[in-house]
Design a binder for this molecule. Structure first.
Ligand SMILES: Nc1ncnc2c1ncn2[C@@H]1O[C@H](COP(=O)(O)OP(=O)(O)OP(=O)(O)O)[C@@H](O)[C@H]1O
Ligand SMILES: [Mg+2]
Ligand SMILES: [Mg+2]
Length: 518
């Protein structure tokens, strides 16, 4: 008997890996010629962003009640036939184009057999012989150096992108010795991206997956939420000495956080190095938390052509459509190419070139959904230089957002409101330290403008010469011994600012203090 069960998994967050990995795993990415080094190849299952499944009209929704989104075809009732979802094909073609793949004008569907309760047909429809896209490249970057300002670009080859169905979900209830099945996910469209073993450590794999995640999100072909299983990674890991043939690989399946991916790979590399150094041999095995261990030998799966689906044909352009085929019903590569959005790497380069910001800032901007748009909206409303605005966006704003676990769209300070604050500083109405105080107060009282807060709390710049003269005199008089010592000016300036709570006009104060101490 099949029981229904809904199981919401809790996984580690997948955020901002670019910032976190560089140093921790750097040592594993480097080697001398005789050392054993890691070799990593990833298979990535990306859930296609479509409202319906790959071969049926059932809806796709992560949090629906168990077994509420299951058509007769999804449950493999006899006599039901697959109907290919054009949206899913378009998504795979678009992803292939963004990753510089060759798009096969004709691709084929196959059955891959395995027996498991969450796969009621006993086989999965996939593309083993001729996938929709092949032979592409993913370019990703590592940030290195003390200030993480050195951008190292790397490539990983994409062997193929294939369309396939997802399985259902099984949950093993040990207490009652039963398996609970939810078929809501059964038949959801996936793109499996198979990468060549071009990476060498967890940090590289994590950076590649993060870049892919950003690309898929920019394309809109996959939402890329790893904690909801929309992006699942199988990591194939081996070790060898450079120049020698690749070693035996093990596979860590179904990894659903970028952070865990890096850790799992580096742990596995170290484990294999340990085995070889002790004189042992690495076994070809699957190391994962799933209850079964599938062998990856192709013969095990008894692949066969899917008899219920004709070859999948895509067309180069409208001119190549055969007579009688409606352009709206066909997948036309040229049309998809024209609709490709700006990809993250292009966006970063544009930000660096247009605004003169540092590469590491362009990574921070692009990593955070909506932050580029926020930054550009602030720039539209202020005359302040982009290089001065960037720190406010990546430090003040992002810092506050992260602290409260908010997204950019939830920021209590809108781009025009921040621009107004920066204008007050730029035009000399408030000092830079006061600007930070005003920012905090704006954060806490949304709706209040920077000017209102400055006025209410009397934070305007003090530039009254007589008033500043008397404050400076007081400060100089209270430090008679130090006048004439090196760096005294900076110290006295600090004391004047303390006296005025950061409101004194720094240019005037410096001038007055110079006169008084010379
Ligand atoms: N020696 C190796 N070390 C590390 N990775 C490897 C090595 N050889 C192959 N790989 C990687 O293993 C993966 C093989 O994936 P592929 O989909 O072709 O087959 P599979 O793992 O046998 O099948 P399945 O899709 O059922 O998991 C690729 O990502 C490839 O880069
Ligand atoms: Mg595979
Ligand atoms: Mg595999």
């Amino acid at each position: 008997m099949v029981h229904s069960y809904f199981f919401r998994m809790i996984f580690l967050s997948s955020g901002a890996c670019m910032v976190e990995f560089s140093f921790m795993w750097l040592s594993l990415c480097l080697s001398t010629p005789q050392q054993l080094v890691g070799v990593v190849g990833l298979e990535i299952h990306a859930q296609i962003n479509s409202s319906t499944k790959l071969f049926s009209g059932s809806s796709v929704c992560f949090s629906a009640p168990p077994n509420s989104l299951v058509s007769f075809f999804d449950a493999s009732l006899p006599g039901t036939l697959p109907v290919l979802n054009r949206r899913c094909v378009e998504a795979a073609v678009m992803t292939g184009l963004a990753l510089n793949c060759n798009i096969n004008r004709k691709s084929l569907f196959d059955r891959k057999h395995y027996f498991y309760a969450d796969l009621p047909a006993g086989y999965q429809i996939t593309q083993q012989r001729q996938p929709v896209a092949e032979d592409g490249t993913l370019t990703y970057s590592l940030l290195e150096g003390k200030k993480r300002s050195q951008v190292i670009r790397k490539n990983v080859h994409i062997k193929q992108i294939q369309l396939e169905q997802d399985s259902g979900k099984s949950l093993h209830d040990d207490v009652h010795s039963q398996t609970l099945i939810d078929l809501n996910r059964a038949g959801v469209g996936l793109m499996e991206l198979v990468m060549e073993p071009d990476m060498s450590c967890g940090e590289e794999a994590a950076a590649a997956v993060r870049e892919l995640q950003l690309i898929l999100q920019a394309l809109g072909t996959c939402q890329g939420n790893m904690s909801e299983g929309q992006l699942r990674v199988d990591a194939n890991v081996s070790v060898h000495r450079p120049g020698e043939p690749l070693g035996v690989r093990t596979e860590v399946k179904n990894i659903n956080s970028v952070r865990y991916l890096a850790r799992a790979i580096d742990y596995e590399i170290q484990r294999q190095i340990g085995i070889l150094q002790r004189g042992g041999t690495v076994q070809n095995e699957t190391r994962h938390s799933l209850p079964i261990s599938l062998t990856s030998a192709a013969s095990f799966f008894r692949f066969m052509p899917e008899p219920n689906l004709p070859p999948l044909i895509v067309y180069e352009d409208n001119a190549s459509l055969p007579a009688g085929i409606d352009a709206c019903q066909a997948v036309v590569v040229q049309k998809i190419k024209e609709g490709l959005p700006e990809l993250p790497s292009i966006k970063r380069d544009r930000l660096v070139q247009t605004y003169g910001i540092l590469p590491e800032h362009s990574f921070t901007l692009v990593n955070e959904d909506g932050l580029v748009e926020y930054f550009e909206a602030v720039l539209m409303a202020t005359k302040k230089e982009p290089r001065k605005v960037i720190g406010w966006v990546t430090n003040e704003l992002l810092g506050h957002l992260k602290q409260q676990d908010l997204s950019v769209s939830q920021s209590p300070i809108s781009p025009p409101a921040l621009a107004e604050l920066l204008e007050l500083q730029e035009t000399g109405h408030i000092s830079s330290s006061v600007a930070k105080q005003v920012f905090q107060k704006m954060w806490r009282s949304p709706g209040k403008t920077a000017a209102q807060i400055t006025q209410e709390h009397d934070l305007g710049l003090v530039s009254d010469t007589a008033q500043l003269h008397s404050i400076c005199q007081k400060v100089v008089d209270s430090h008679p011994d130090e006048v004439g010592t090196p760096n005294i000016l900076n110290k006295l300036m600090g004391l004047v600012q303390k006296e005025t709570k950061g409101r004194a006009d720094p240019v005037l104060v410096r001038k007055i203090l110079q006169e008084k101490t010379s």
